[in-house]
Design a protein around this ligand. Structure first.
Ligand SMILES: Nc1ncnc2c1ncn2[C@@H]1O[C@H](COP(=O)(O)OP(=O)(O)O)[C@@H](O)[C@H]1O
Ligand SMILES: N[C@@H](CCC(=O)OP(=O)(O)O)C(=O)O
Length: 367
């Protein structure tokens, strides 16, 4: 039997509060109704819900500021209220929800990534709606994803989703921030994400949201590489979720790319941080990009950073562009010794030669 298609719906603070300082429960009911309708149509639904900080602020009697620790405290207060609200609304439809609070550390480590994936799949298999947020109360800057747009892209990869809906307070990505640029127009479809497009996407225009369109574009770029179609749309719109699924909206659609089939390559896309970089020559760039070759020592020109065998490394072209990412077979000192050499010389140059490739093709994704 074919597995039902999974849709990840990311709800920003702007949608959940309607731009106010309280959760907009009336609108949350409406969003839940649409999620349950999608489930009736045979989809599995995952929510990435922001709003913990806003819900915490709503509860607090004495007002507090916006420092990191204050936001962490607010998230600790608000997350319980947020999940309780979702729980009671989905219960109206007889549907259970399951809370998963993640951080970047949960996807960086392959074992933890697989654990999170298994839990998510188990919830879906039992007809439960997973509701995911960052574990803000404990996440330090080093282990934080930092915004729920990027988190939702990682979740879409974990859930092997078909679509990711990024619902926010604008109709989509405009040619400029519509809050400040009255001439900005909506971009309906995006097939390439380049620097020109990134320049159009600014930060959040309010004190409620995190990241604005810039992080939505980052998320769209990650998700579409994993074969997920991404739509940015206005969360306040009538029937927004159902309309997104029926292609009936004003919104910005990001066309998906062909995803790597291999699970480990998908994990590489989900964003383990790289520990270093290898700068390669033009011949090696061509071999990687055009011929699907592995990276050999001969094509490596420089080593940046300190890393161990098995770490994730970025591959940089002579023009300074990151063109690939992969698991490296040697540590930084070993590559420094063998760079520029023929693979047959590795055994003489190193005491231990674990491999003839610096990064094997099967352990690499092109960017
Ligand atoms: N090019 C753009 N198109 C649309 N919105 C933009 C653009 N650049 C910046 N923004 C801002 O991004 C905001 C949405 O992001 P954000 O505030 O983080 O909301 P959310 O809580 O939904 O994540 C908009 O309110 C808008 O001010
Ligand atoms: N994790 C935070 C939200 C972080 C975030 O990315 O917010 P938003 O830009 O409103 O989606 C919270 O629950 O308040």
């Amino acid at each position: 039997m074919q597995r039902p298609h999974v849709v990840v719906v990311k709800l920003g603070t702007s949608v959940l509060t309607g731009g106010t300082d309280k959760l907009d429960k009336a609108h949350m009911v409406e969003l839940v109704r649409q999620c349950c309708e999608l489930k009736k149509q045979g989809y599995q639904v995952v929510l990435v819900s922001s709003g913990a900080v806003a819900a915490g602020r709503e509860q607090l009697i004495t007002p507090c500021g916006r420092s990191l620790i204050e936001k962490q405290m607010l998230a600790a207060i608000g997350q319980g209220h947020l999940i309780h609200t979702w729980q009671s609304l989905f219960a109206l439809y007889g549907i259970n929800v399951g809370q998963m609070l993640l951080t970047r550390a949960d996807v960086e480590d392959r074992e933890r990534y697989l654990n999170a994936r298994d839990t998510l799949n188990a919830l879906l298999a039992h007809n439960v709606v997973p509701i995911i947020n960052e574990n803000d109360a404990v996440a330090t800057t080093e282990i934080k994803v930092g915004d729920n747009d990027n988190l939702s892209a990682l979740v879409a990869i974990l859930a092997n989703a078909e679509k990711l809906l990024l619902l926010t307070d604008q109709e989509g990505l405009f040619t400029g921030d519509p809050r400040s640029d009255v001439n900005a127009t909506l971009i309906n479809e995006v097939s390439h994400i380049n620097d020109e497009l990134r320049e159009l996407a600014g930060g959040s225009g309010t004190s409620l949201g995190t990241g604005g369109m810039a992080t939505k574009l980052q998320a769209a770029d990650i998700a579409r590489r994993a074969g997920v179609e991404v739509i940015i749309a206005k969360g306040a719109g009538k029937n927004v979720i159902l309309n997104c699924m029926a292609d009936k909206l004003p919104g910005t659609r990001f066309l998906k790319l062909t995803a790597p089939k291999d699970g480990r390559k998908k994990w590489l896309l989900a964003g383990p941080k790289s520990s270093g970089q290898l700068v390669i020559d033009d011949g090696a760039s061509l071999a990687l990009q055009e011929r699907g070759a592995s990276l050999l020592a001969k094509g490596v020109r420089a080593v940046r950073g300190q890393f161990e065998r098995g770490d994730v490394i970025e591959v940089i072209s002579s023009e300074g562009q990151c063109i690939a990412k992969g698991l490296v077979n040697f540590n930084h000192q070993e590559i420094d010794t063998i760079k520029g050499c023929h693979s047959s010389q590795i055994a003489q140059l190193l005491v231990f030669a674990p491999s003839s490739e610096v990064i094997h093709r099967d352990d690499m994704i092109l960017l």
